[in-house]
Each structure stands twice: as structure tokens, then as C-alpha cells.
Design a protein around this ligand. Structure first.
Ligand code: 5AD
Ligand code: SF4
Length: 422
């Protein structure tokens, strides 16, 4: 989400005057820090980074703080670090030109409606397009700061989405990544009352775009994984067979405390349905350990779900109390050492599972979309089910989808050989 917001800001800045990206700090006239605030660590890092930029920047270079930390700290950022020139919230990226030249401007309203805003075009990789389908989040998971920083959920009109993707396809993209906090809740609320389209209908509209070959999306919510959605996921050949199903916890009582709206049984049943309809799909997840009140038994329930579903990718976090969230006020916080031990155990077991999944790829053939040149004559791409694959090759493979036989497996990626290339 933040990567796409950064692209949006670059595009909007370019409407007014041409900017070029630089990786050399001393060359930059404008430094934008696009922040996350989902856990405490990145917030702490922000202020140390501002200090570094202050010291090493070119004379007169401006510093802007954007994203979720900008939304929740607002003008306090400038109070604490007066060197910051402007603050722009995660839901206000379209207003970058209003703040960039105004000393100490702060734009952080979370009720601002950007859903029908037509952003200018900028893509960091023309072969793969990221496209927002909704902004904000209507849930109130008790650990999560996002609804406070990104505001209520509004879906972007389907005509805008289809138009944006068609444009990206003309520019060379064969793959799109649809973005939203809860993508499969798409269509619940639009800026205008005339719009009507749910996520499955949107997927069908998008798949009819000529030249678009692959559709991915992140993140769906387990609660909204009804049969209609999973059947479309499984049967639509353009939809990549990779799905993120954020668990958070395997304990039904903890899920209730988290206000996630589903039980362990519902989650397992949805994963069973995915495997029944799309046996080759890879399933990834997010897990929080050490949520307030998590007992040893609760944690065992989480391990049990890991054993049953065997997630291919696991994003796991130690619970971090956040401002504006109910769970931060709970009295039964878990001892951080216990939480760390649980996190290590979860990650160690997942690593074993991942090694088994990757080893089983040896000798198999994947359709790989090559989208990135690497040093030493290598080129990288993704299989339909989201695995990172490297082969020896050069430009002529870029933007092609070709069969690759896997010759080497490691934890993070696969190596292979193109088997049938025209
Ligand atoms: N502490 C730890 N992890 C969190 N996440 C969200 N809020 C918190 C928090 N307070 C995790 C969830 C979510 C992912 C994006 O970040 O697992 O799915
Ligand atoms: Fe946060 Fe829950 Fe919304 Fe995801 S669904 S962004 S975890 S509140």
C-alpha cells in the first residue's frame, strides 16, 4: 500500500515540475519519508532517520513525512523535529502539491475522499502494476491502528480501476496487483450511491481486459471468503493461485478479543475449501504472538493451524501496543520474553515446513513471468503461485511468461532452466 502511495506522490509531483528519483542523499532537493505505524519500531526509526537526513542532506533540501505515522502524529512530528517541512497523511497523498511548498503544512484528515481522484501515472516497474481498489478500513481489530490512520473504507469506482489497468497494460504490464485493506469487501461503500459492483464482479471485469494475463490481490479478509469468491479465485484462469489469508491467532477466544469476526473452525474450513477448489494454490498468512491474554493453550492453537494449513509464507509479529487501539489498554499484557520465545518457536517450525515445500519443487515446471533483470546474467520472475524464480538469461526474457523447470531450491527462491522458449 505504501509503495503504491509513493508512486502516487511521485506522479502528482511530476504534474507540477519534473522530479527525478535519486539514490544519492546529498543530491536530493526533496526527501520524502513514507512511514508505517502498524508496529512501534518503525515510528521510533522515523525520528532517528530524520536526524540522519538533517545532517547529510543537501543545503536547503526539504523533508516531508508522509504515511500512517504522519496521520497519527500529525503536527507533533514538526514539534519534535522542526526540520520537517511538511506532514502528509496516508489518506491525503493526492494533496502533495498543496503541502510541498508550504513551510510546516500538515494535511492528515482521515475523512478525505480520494476514492474517485484520478492520479497521474507513475510506475516503478512498467511490467507489473499496483492498483488500489479501495482505501481505508471499516474493521475494528482491537490491535490495529490502520482504521485510525487510513479512515473509513471506500471503494474506488470500477470504471476508474478498469481504465487504470487498461492504461498500465498498454504501457507493458501483463500483471496487476489489486490493493486494499480488505479487498474482498470491495463494493460495500462507494463515494457515490450509483455505483454497484462487488469483488467477484470486479475481478470478472478486470479479467476481460485484453493483454492482461495475471491478477493478484492483497489482502483479503478471512471473514469475507464466501464460496462465491473462492470459486471465482479457483476457476478464473487469470487469477494467480496465491492467496493471503491473515490468521492473526489460532485461538477462537483470542480471535474474539481481537474482534476478527471468525473462529478457528471457520478459518480452517476456508483453507480446506481453497485446497479443495485450487489444490496447487499457495497460502500465506499473518500471525501475531503475545496478544494480551494469550495463554500457552492459545498459542498451541496457533501452532495447530500452522501444522494443518502449512502456510508457504508466514509474516509473524510480536504484538506491539498501539495508540488509538483498545488492546493497548488491556490489563493482561503478555511478558515480552514469553512472546519472544513463542515467536521463535513459531518461526522455527514454519522454516521446517517451508523447506519441505521448497524441496518438493525440484523437477517441477512453473510458468514464470520475468519482470526483473539481475546482475551476473540472471533474470528473476514469479511463478503463478507467487514463488520467486531465477534463471540465467537476459533482456529477451523480460516481460515473457515461460515454462521453467526447477533445478535448485532454497528457502527464499528457486533456480531453474527455461524448458520451452520460442
Ligand atoms: N502488533 C503486531 N502486529 C500487528 N499487525 C497489525 N497491528 C499489529 C500490532 N499492534 C500485523 C497484523 C496485520 C499485519 C499487517 O500487521 O498481523 O495483518
Ligand atoms: Fe487492521 Fe483489521 Fe483493518 Fe486489517 S482488517 S487493516 S488488521 S483493522
Amino acid at each position: 500500500m505504501n509503495s503504491r502511495d509513493s508512486e502516487h506522490m511521485i506522479a502528482e509531483l511530476n504534474r507540477k515540475e519534473p522530479y527525478e528519483l535519486t539514490t544519492t542523499l546529498a543530491e536530493a532537493d526533496l526527501i520524502i519519508i513514507n512511514t508505517c505505524s502498524v508496529r512501534e519500531k518503525p515510528v521510533a526509526k522515523l525520528f532517528s532517520e530524520i536526524g540522519v537526513f538533517k545532517k547529510r542532506r543537501k543545503d536547503g533540501a526539504k523533508i516531508g513525512v508522509c504515511g500512517c505515522t504522519a496521520s497519527h502524529l500529525g503536527k507533533d512530528i514538526i514539534k519534535r523535529a522542526p526540520v520537517v517541512d511538511f506532514v502528509l497523511g496516508a489518506r491525503n497523498v493526492s494533496k502533495i502539491n498543496d503541502v510541498v511548498d508550504t513551510k510546516h503544512a500538515v494535511e492528515i484528515s482521515t475523512d478525505y475522499d480520494e476514492s474517485s481522484y484520478d492520479f497521474a501515472e507513475y510506475r516503478s516497474n512498467s511490467l507489473k502494476a499496483m492498483v488500489n481498489i479501495s482505501i481505508g478500513c471499516d474493521k475494528s481489530c482491537s490491535f490495529c491502528i490502520v482504521p485510525a490512520t487510513r479512515g473509513d473504507e471506500i471503494s474506488i469506482p470500477s470504471t476508474l480501476i478498469v481504465g487504470e489497468i487498461a492504461k498500465a497494460v498498454k504501457g507493458g504490464a501483463k500483471e496487476v496487483m489489486l490493493l486494499g485493506q480488505n479487498v474482498n469487501n470491495y463494493g460495500r461503500r462507494f463515494g457515490s450511491d450509483d455505483e454497484k459492483c462487488d469483488f467477484v464482479e470486479l475481478l470478472r471485469k478486470i479479467s476481460s481486459i485484453d493483454g492482461l494475463e495475471r491478477i493478484r490481490f492483497t489482502s483479503p479478509h478471512p471473514l469475507h471468503m464466501d464460496d462465491k469468491f473462492l470459486e471465482e479465485f479457483a476457476s478464473n484462469p487469470k487469477i494467480c493461485k496465491q492467496i493471503h489469508v491473515p490468521l492473526q491467532s489460532g485461538s477462537t477466544s483470542l480471535l474474539k478479543e481481537m474482534k476478527r469476526g471468525y473462529s478457528k473452525e471457520w478459518f480452517l474450513d476456508r483453507c480446506r475449501k481453497i485446497r479443495e477448489l485450487a489444490p496447487d494454490a499457495s497460502i500465506s498468512t499473518d500471525i501475531i504472538v503475545g496478544f494480551p491474554g494469550e495463554s500457552d493453550d492459545d498459542f498451541e492453537e496457533t501452532i495447530d493451524v500452522l501444522e494443518r494449513v502449512r502456510f508457504e509464507q508466514l509474516f509473524s509479529f510480536k504484538y506491539s501496543p498501539r495508540p488509538h487501539t483498545p488492546a493497548a489498554e488491556y490489563q493482561n499484557q503478555v511478558d515480552p520474553t514469553v512472546a519472544s520465545e513463542r515467536l521463535s518457536r513459531l518461526q522455527a517450525r514454519h522454516t521446517e515446513i517451508l523447506d519441505e515445500i521448497m524441496d518438493a519443487q525440484l523437477g517441477t515446471i512453473h510458468q514464470v513471468y520475468f519482470d526483473e533483470l539481475k546482475p551476473n546474467g540472471r533474470i528473476a520472475g514469479r511463478s503463478d503461485d507467487g514463488k520467486l524464480v531465477f534463471v540465467e538469461g537476459s533482456e529477451e526474457l523480460l516481460s515473457q511468461i515461460v515454462p521453467v523447470k526447477i533445478s535448485k531450491a532454497s528457502r527464499g527462491a528457486l533456480d531453474g532452466i527455461v524448458v520451452d522458449h520460442p
